[in-house]
Design a binder for this molecule. Structure first.
Ligand SMILES: [Zn+2]
Length: 530
């Protein structure tokens, strides 16, 4: 074997077990939170980061990458590139790395253990969301919304401190700040990203405003207020990530008795994609001392894939189940013959795109009929509203991503800025939601991503574009994603199996026949069922 090949093998032998231990520790601390579990996770995280910080290993990787390619070893070179991107952010002083890991772990543990205080009782997120989805009482809604923001005040100082530490680390590496470092090592170009954000802003501004005005006209009478007095708590989602029922279609009644596990199984079985082993390894229902969010984790890159959810029988969790199992099926179908370092999705944005493409099925008439078992006449009656709801969902989510991505750029540009004001400025500009009069609170810090998954949100936007582009291709070539073995075969062969063998932009070109652009996304925003 070549010198390059030897190096990749040696480093893989060190990294793979560290990665696996971190996955297991992460799973334990998310499903059975305890000080011991947190300690195990912090230790595993540190051990993995210490490997990535190894100066000699990094020097060897760079040396091999700089050496002329001896040809015929594309996978080895790609593995070295991925290693280099993973190692760069860790080439910083050990004490700085340590401080970062400790603080990140501590903040994440507070999010996991936190339960909001609502009128003197401790309540979970699902309880707050239920109130925001169903209550007609403005006072009750305001209390629930404010309770959901309590965690923000608890962690805001720490999130600012994390931003400072991340910036210190980025600057020792010669980057402007952490935002610039994260994009660069994530194979994303900042100028291109903001050009895409501007394009999405242009594409969505007018239809979003028109939709939002109609929404406000429906919400105002429901709550007995003037449209100008509508507050953030009159929307169903605490961050306005999703359209409220009034601006979409209420599918909750159709899911009230649904078995979401069974629906998820049927969805993937119809594509001839096997998720049974993942289902068995997963943790799907709410419990105390359990992470309240949802995620999918590939423990070992050998097929041990698990999903964490807090399922309730409603539309939001139906969407989330399909989303997380979309990640899962991608992980399960990565070509096992590829070198370990390449055995991951091409990019965070491609796996988010796949996950979102599956999540969108919940509002697909064919899926509702064939998988969820709604009768033909019901689906026919719902169809126009489903199309409108799908469009609203894309608009609302895109506007939300604009808020978060612009905010994060500013957060790292100046962690000392008046972030509370900046946040609401962006929310008013992009989401057209007015700040509550006199509110001065770090509402931005209540969003867990800023603390724990920094500079990640742009992947959701690129993911939406990818979901639209790939979804359109699968509709044209295989009639869609419902009971379509051909679509499943295409996904397996051309999207999942290639894993990270190519850089994400080249991969998308190869998988969909053209470079990623916003054209299919723009077509998905046009009115009318498709
Ligand atoms: Zn996801």
């Amino acid at each position: 074997m070549s010198e390059r090949g030897d190096l990749v093998e040696t480093l893989t032998d060190r990294l793979a077990p560290l990665d696996r231990e971190l996955g297991l520790a992460w799973w334990e601390s998310s499903t059975d939170a305890s000080p011991d579990a947190d300690e195990r996770r912090a230790a595993a995280d540190l051990a993995r980061r210490e490997f990535l910080a190894d100066h000699d290993a990094f020097a060897a990787v760079r040396e091999q990458l700089a050496a002329p390619d001896d040809g015929g070893e594309a996978h080895t070179t790609r593995a070295l590139e991925l290693l280099a991107d993973a190692m760069v952010p860790h080439q910083v002083p050990a004490e700085l790395l340590r401080a970062l890991v400790d603080l990140e772990t501590a903040v994440d543990a507070r999010f996991t253990a936190y339960r909001a205080d609502l009128d003197g009782s401790r309540v979970d997120d699902n309880t707050l969301l239920d109130i925001l989805r169903t209550s007609n009482d403005s006072g009750e809604r305001q209390a629930a919304w404010e309770a959901g923001k309590q965690i923000g005040a608890e962690v805001a100082d720490d999130v600012r401190q994390l931003a400072r530490l991340r910036n210190d680390a980025a600057r020792t590496l010669g980057y402007r700040d952490h935002f610039a470092l994260a994009l660069a090592t994530g194979a994303l170009d900042e100028a291109r990203l903001f050009a895409t954000l501007d394009e999405v802003d242009r594409l969505t501004a007018a239809p979003f405003t028109a939709w939002k005005d109609e929404l406000d006209a429906r919400l105002a009478p429901r709550f007995g207020v003037d449209p100008r007095d509508l507050a953030p708590w009159h929307l169903d989602d605490p961050f306005f990530q999703d359209p409220p029922i009034e601006g979409a279609v209420d599918l909750d009644p159709y899911f009230a008795d649904a078995d979401l596990e069974a629906l998820t199984r049927r969805t993937f079985a119809g594509l001839d994609l096997d998720i049974d082993p993942v289902m068995q390894a997963s943790d799907l229902y709410a419990r105390d001392r359990k992470n309240q969010h949802a995620f999918c984790i590939h423990i070992d890159r050998e097929g041990d894939v698990r999903v964490l959810c807090n399922v309730e029988a409603n539309e939001r969790w139906a969407d989330t189940m399909l989303h997380e199992f979309g990640h899962a099926v991608y992980d399960r179908e990565l070509d096992p013959e590829l070198p370990w370092l390449l055995r991951e999705p091409a990019h965070a944005l491609t796996t988010e795109g796949i996950a979102m493409m599956f999540g969108r099925l919940v509002r697909d008439p064919t899926w509702l009929r064939e998988i969820a078992g709604l009768d033909q006449s019901t689906v026919q009656e719902l169809a126009p509203r489903l199309a409108a709801a799908q469009r609203a969902s894309l608009l609302v989510f895109a506007r939300w991503v604009l808020v978060v991505t612009h905010f994060e750029r500013e957060l790292y540009a100046n962690p000392e800025a008046d972030l509370d004001t900046l946040w609401w400025d962006l929310v008013e500009r992009f989401q057209r939601v007015r700040r509550p009069a006199g509110r001065h609170a770090p509402d931005w810090a209540a969003k867990i991503h800023l603390a724990v998954v920094p500079v990640y949100y742009q992947n959701y936007l690129y993911g939406e574009l990818f979901a639209s582009q790939l979804g359109e291709q699968l509709r044209d070539d295989h009639g869609g994603l419902v009971n379509a073995a051909g679509a499943g075969a295409h996904l397996r062969e051309h999207v999942f199996a290639p894993a990270a063998a190519l850089r994400w932009d080249r991969f998308i070109e190869q998988a969909t026949g053209r470079a990623l652009d916003a054209r299919a996304f723009a077509r998905d925003l046009e009115a009318g069922p498709r």
